[in-house]
Each structure stands twice: as C-alpha cells, then as structure tokens.
Design a protein around this ligand. Structure first.
Ligand SMILES: *[C@@H]1O[C@H](CO)[C@@H](O)[C@H](O)[C@H]1NC(C)=O
Ligand SMILES: *[C@@H]1O[C@H](CO)[C@@H](O)[C@H](O)[C@H]1NC(C)=O
Ligand SMILES: *[C@@H]1O[C@H](CO)[C@@H](O)[C@H](O)[C@H]1NC(C)=O
Length: 543
C-alpha cells in the first residue's frame, strides 16, 4: 500500500489527537461550546440577563440538534465528509485537489531583495520530493530568494537523470494538450499512444497535502512554473539566453552539496563538490537554477539558525489533508486508540530482496526494544512460533544516534488491556500464557505488500500478534478518498493517497518500528510519530 508515494496530517492538531482517543468528536463539541460561552459573556457584561436566558436555551437546542445530526451522520457515513455520497451514485465527481495555486500578487509585498528567484528539479517518489522541497525552502530562505515551487508528482515517478534531460522530461510531463486523454482512458477504447501513461501519475499542490500555507506566510513562494524558458520569459521577464540565469547543472545525482561554513569539509561525504552558500548569495543573476536537491545530507549546516530553520520547515511536513486526517483518525479509534505499529516496506526494488532480513529486524526491534522481551525469550519464541525456520543469531540493532539527540519524555505504559474497539475481531486466537499477554495488543502494520494478510513475509508478525491489522481491514474509513481527483488532469487520487493514510495510522501508534533504509519509514518515525505525540522531531542529515 505504500508503494506510490504521498501523505498528510495536521501537525498542530496531532499532539491533541495523541492524548485524546476521541479527539475528533470532542473537538467539534468543545468548539461550539466555547463559541456559545463567548457570546453569552458579552451579553452578561451589558447586563441583558433576559437575553442570556434566551440565548442559553437557543444554544442548548442548537447543541442538542447538532448532537442528533452528528449521531445520524456517524451512523450512516463518514463523519464530517458530507460530499462523499456522490461516489455511490457512480458520479465520482468528488472534490478535487488543486494542482497549482494561481500566481497571486502576494509576492509583490515582499521586500525588493526577494525579487531574486531560485528553482530546482524534483524527481523520484514522494519522500524524495519532500526532502528536496525541504532543502529548497531552506536555501531560498537563507539566500533571500523567491522559490519557484513545482507541484508534487504522485504515481509513477520521474527518475533522476542529469540536469538537461530532467529539465526536458519535466516540461514534457505537464499533460498540456492531452486533456482529452482523461475521457478516452475512462472508456478503455483504443488508447492513442500519447495517452498511455496519462493515468499513471498526476500533479497536486503541496498545499493540499502538507502545511505549506504556514510556510508561505514566512517566505515568498511562486507557483505555476512549467519548466520552460518560455514561462520564465512570459511571467518573470527572465531571459535564459541573455545571462539572467545562473545554472548549477548536475551530471550525477551526488554532485553538489551545499555548506554554510567555509572550512573545508574533509568528510565531504558522498558528494563530489561542495558549494558555499555565501558564494551563491553573491550571484547577481535574477534566477539561480539548481538541479536535484534530494538527500538529507545535501545541505551541510552548522549555523544554528539554519539548523533551526530546517527543523522548523520539516515539522510542517506532516499530512494535513482533511480526508486523510479523518480516515486515519477513524481507523485509530477502531483499533482501540492504544496499539503497536510497524511500517514494513517489502515490495519495491531493493526492499524486495532485503525483505526477509528487514522484516525480522523490525520484528526484533518491536519484541526487544519496544516490548522488552530478553534475547533468550525472543529466541525461544522464534523456535516455538516458527519451527520450520533456521535458527539465527539475534540481529544487530544499531543505536540510533540522531534519535538519541532528540530525547523525548518517557511514554506512558501501553495499557495492559489494549484491544480493538468492539466490532473489530482479531485474526488469530489470543495467547493464553501470562508472559505473552503483551502480544495480544492490537498491532497495525502499514505495508506495501500486495496481499498483506496472505504474505509469507508478514507471517512472522501475524503469527506473533493475533490482533494484527492492515489498512485493507478498514475499507469504510478510506472510502471517501476514492472520490478525490486531481484538478489538473482528472486522475483519481485514492490509490496514491492510501500509503499516506497507512503512514498516518501507524504514526499514531503507541510505539512504531520501521524498515531499515526507507526514507518513508524514517519519515514515519522521525516526523509523524513524534509530531503526533507532541515530541520534537528527529533531525537527520549532517550538522
Ligand atoms: C537576507 O535578508 C536579511 C534581512 O534583510 C539580511 O540580514 C541577510 O543578510 C540577507 N542574506 C543574504 C544572503 O542576502
Ligand atoms: C515527451 O513525451 C512523449 C510522449 O509521452 C515521448 O514520446 C517523448 O519521447 C518525450 N520527450 C522527451 C524529451 O522526454
Ligand atoms: C509553459 O508556460 C508558457 C508561458 O505561460 C506557455 O507559453 C507554454 O505553452 C507552457 N508550456 C507547457 C508545456 O505547458
């Protein structure tokens, strides 16, 4: 379910979600309550006691009817998702996500020195694009330039190729002039060849997925760039031919790193050249055009303010789309609120062939690091639960130093009676031995395995945790996503967004373990889980 690449949740909302199992419901009621209170307070000041009485009665009636309406909605459909009914009528007109925010005059209100621009070329899956975006926002802010922001590409990614080819591939991926494909494709008639990959990917605005609006309030960002010189000329009056653009064209993906200090960087790490930000800051050209910015280590920062800035930007990357937030929250409630989490990537490229090792590693982390079983106890369980497997040594679990640099307060213990809400039954029979009671707690497994409940790879978890659940077990809360379409090209978004819901549910677990080497898992444990629990995020990347 995670394979595509996109996701969402509200950073500011999350700590509250974490503390209150029924946050959604409570929030709605407490909001109306406080509104009522403010109003009656004013009247009280004016001594209009009679009016207070009337108002209180009216408010009571309003609250009561709101409650009735709420209960009714609750029973029938997704709470708070009133437009979704359309889907069932087969109309699927549903709400759409905007692809790009139109160019507005807001940037004119930024100071003059911000009239310089900076651009970059994103590529690869969602999380790689997200990391590049974080880096681009930091660079733009440090250099006092306006960022030309491309939308997120969801679905089949553009893979990295050297600068010139990537630039061209982008201009070629806008689907301009192919609008008729969205009609053709839905009839499955003879597809004109140019429509072949029309449904395989789409573009949506970052603003619909993450908290970019709050970043826009702090730095100038310009949307709409279509990766052509024509656009730069028509919209910004920048001429690539006459020296208005400083290009830093990469020929390999690990060519340029950026540093904010002048000492040579002997550890130059995996990048072949390092650029000093002070040097970029002096470029007179109106536009600085960079290539790839993917990589948590690409910005080598030592200036405290820059490190803080990056953290601040990364914190806004939790998913905020309301449909995603509602779906994840409904599933969390169904799971009983207190549950364990595992984010397991097993189906894609490098993850596929290292899956057996990765899955055992994650399982050990959960059993040992999270649940506190000793090595001997776990080895005994391996022998008992998986008699057919070869006996192996315990895996080496490295200490996570970046995570230790951002310690969080101790977690309250996982409730001994943690169990799914009524109506959700466990797939296996519960362990009876008192020593194994902890394994009866609900476990949510977010995974890209195609049929997770049948996957031999995941058997290890399913055998150990009788109350294991997957996103597939909750068709109802995610139904509303089926109606979403990209406004840019009419491509349905549901399948691109499911991995994000998966991540959001697992990120709200009491504790979560991830997959080695996965940028997606790292995002879940470093950003989502921490944000939802109200803890400081983990900064990886260099300092
Ligand atoms: C960016 O602007 C701030 C405030 O105007 C200024 O202090 C800083 O030196 C500028 N930085 C660069 C790289 O021009
Ligand atoms: C642009 O797209 C078309 C159709 O998808 C493809 O045939 C062509 O090779 C692409 N050109 C470049 C430069 O990527
Ligand atoms: C890009 O934008 C320019 C200027 O608005 C426009 O002339 C051009 O047709 C666009 N190109 C594509 C491929 O969308």
């Amino acid at each position: 379910m995670l394979n595509a690449s996109a996701y969402a949740e509200d950073a500011r909302e999350s700590p509250r979600l974490a503390r209150q199992p029924h946050a959604k419901r409570n929030t709605k009621q407490s909001r109306s309550r406080s509104r009522t209170k403010t109003r009656s307070q004013k009247l009280y000041d004016k001594q209009l006691t009679a009016l207070i009485m009337i108002l209180l009665i009216a408010a009571g009636v309003t609250l009561y009817s709101a409650y009735i309406v709420f209960c009714a909605t609750q029973r029938h459909h997704q709470p708070h998702l009133p437009t979704v009914e359309d889907t069932e009528a087969g109309q699927a007109v549903g709400p759409s996500l905007t692809s790009a925010v139109p160019i507005t005059a807001t940037q004119l209100s930024w100071p003059d020195q911000l009239q310089g621009y900076i651009a970059y070329l994103p590529h690869s899956g969602y999380h790689n694009q997200r990391i590049a975006l974080e880096n681009a926002l930091v660079l733009a802010r440090v250099l006092n330039r306006t960022l030309l922001l491309p939308p997120v590409r969801l679905g089949i990614p553009l893979t990295y190729v050297p600068f010139d080819e990537l630039y061209e591939a982008f201009a070629n991926s806008t689907k301009t002039g192919l609008e008729y494909c969205s009609q053709t494709v839905s009839y499955q008639a003879d597809l004109p060849p140019e429509c072949d990959d029309y449904m395989d990917y789409t573009h949506v605005s970052w603003d619909t997925l993450v908290d970019l609006p709050s970043i826009r309030a702090e730095q100038p960002i310009l949307d709409g760039w279509n990766f052509t010189d024509a656009w730069l000329h028509d919209v910004l009056d920048i001429s690539a031919a006459s020296g208005d653009v400083f290009y830093l064209k990469d020929t390999t993906r690990n060519q340029y790193a950026f540093q904010d200090f002048s000492a040579p960087d002997p550890t130059a790490r995996k990048f072949s050249e390092s650029i000093h930000l002070a040097m970029l800051a002096r470029r007179p050209e109106r536009l600085i055009q960079l290539g790839t910015l993917f990589g948590s280590a690409r910005l080598h920062l030592r200036v405290e303010a820059n490190l803080l800035l990056r953290k601040h930007i990364r914190e806004r990357m939790a998913f905020t789309h309301p449909y995603l937030v509602h779906a994840a929250s409904a599933i969390r409630t169904a799971l009983g609120g207190a549950y364990l989490g595992a984010h397991l990537r097993v189906a894609d490229k490098v993850f596929e062939w290292s899956a057996p090792v990765n899955v055992r590693h994650a399982w050990w982390k959960l059993m040992h690091g999270v649940l506190g079983f000793t090595d001997d106890e776990i080895l005994d369980m391996e022998e008992e639960f998986f008699p057919d497997e070869d006996a192996l040594e315990p895996p080496v679990i490295e200490v996570d130093i970046p995570a230790m640099r951002s310690p969080h307060p101790p977690l309250p213990p996982l409730p001994a009676d943690a169990s799914p809400a009524s109506g959700l039954s466990c797939r296996g029979s519960l362990h009876l031995a008192p020593a194994l009671q902890k394994l009866n707690a609900p476990l949510f497994i977010a995974t890209d395995a195609r049929h997770p409940s049948l996957s031999p790879l995941l058997w290890r978890f399913i055998r150990t945790f009788p109350c294991s659940f997957f996103l597939d077990d909750f068709p109802e809360p995610t139904r509303s996503l089926g109606a979403l379409r990209s406004e840019a090209d009419g491509v349905p978004l549901g399948r691109f967004l499911m991995p994000f819901v998966d991540a959001m549910v697992v990120g709200q677990a009491w504790q979560v373990v991830g997959t080695e080497q996965s940028t997606f898992s790292t995002f879940v444990t470093d950003v989502l889980w921490r944000t939802y629990h109200g803890f400081e995020i983990v900064q990886r990347g260099s300092r």
